[in-house]
Write a protein that binds this ligand. Structure first.
Ligand code: VGL
Ligand code: ZN
Length: 222
């Protein structure tokens, strides 16, 4: 982020509003942490930061990547394809991943040190065998809703603070959809880590800036 005067600057403190602010914790699961099937570099480092933040929020929502065995987003489901190549699926271009976050497996569990007791809602996503879901709000066809928008509206949410894994995929698409649903949207940089495939982190930051997603650090809330 650089230059935009509408963005909160590092160092600015944000007063949390206990009834209308929501912490949205994206995919802090074993398979996205070191040793996992789709490990995000330093993915586990977000855990203590998120635990420190979550006690400050009255409303906490988690997402959990939750794939069927043989999911279409897995390279292993496509003959001759390797992980991190792409395929054309009916809803568009899809990056193919190593098998990860298969329903009911240890890799799909939340990181053991993540504090989840105060979470009021867990959104599972990516459970349709034919379609991936990066965003907490919509599957990758950008049409099939998870129901999170309605939940947050009915609960009176106004500002969403996003943390978790991975910055350039599930956090990014969740943040963009949050903006499209007209929530004021903050990504807490030091509580996220990226996969960074061929410049995807820089592209993610550019897209966030374009769509008016605020980027802050946890300091602003502590
Ligand atoms: C994710 C790739 C595949 C994520 C999930 O949580 O960012 N990335 N499935
Ligand atoms: Zn996935």
């Amino acid at each position: 982020m650089n230059g935009s005067t509408t963005m909160p600057q590092n160092g600015d403190k944000i007063d949390l509003q206990s009834e209308t602010d929501v912490l949205l914790i994206i995919d802090v699961q074993n398979d996205f942490c070191p040793g996992g099937a789709l490990a995000v570099p330093q993915g586990d480092e977000v855990v203590p930061v998120i635990n420190g933040l979550s006690t400050r929020f009255n409303h906490v929502v988690l997402t959990q990547d939750w794939h069927t065995p043989g999911h279409q987003s897995f390279a292993s489901s496509h003959d001759g394809k390797d992980p991190f190549q792409t395929a054309h699926l009916p809803y568009g271009e899809q990056v193919l991943w190593p098998d990860h976050c298969v329903q009911g497996t240890p890799g799909a569990n939340f990181h053991a040190d993540l504090q989840t007791d105060r979470a009021q809602m867990v959104i599972r996503k990516g459970f349709r065998p034919q379609m991936d879901s990066y965003s907490a709000f919509y599957e990758n066809d950008h049409m099939t809703a998870t129901g999170l928008t309605g939940y947050l509206r009915q609960r009176g949410a106004k500002r969403l603070f996003l943390v978790g894994l991975a910055t350039d995929f599930c956090v990014l698409y969740s943040a963009l959809d949050a903006r499209h649903a007209r929530f004021e949207t903050y990504v807490i940089d030091d509580a996220c880590r990226a996969i960074d495939l061929e410049g995807s982190l820089a592209q993610a930051h550019a897209a966030m800036e374009r769509e008016g997603v605020h980027r802050i650090t946890s300091e602003a809330l502590l």
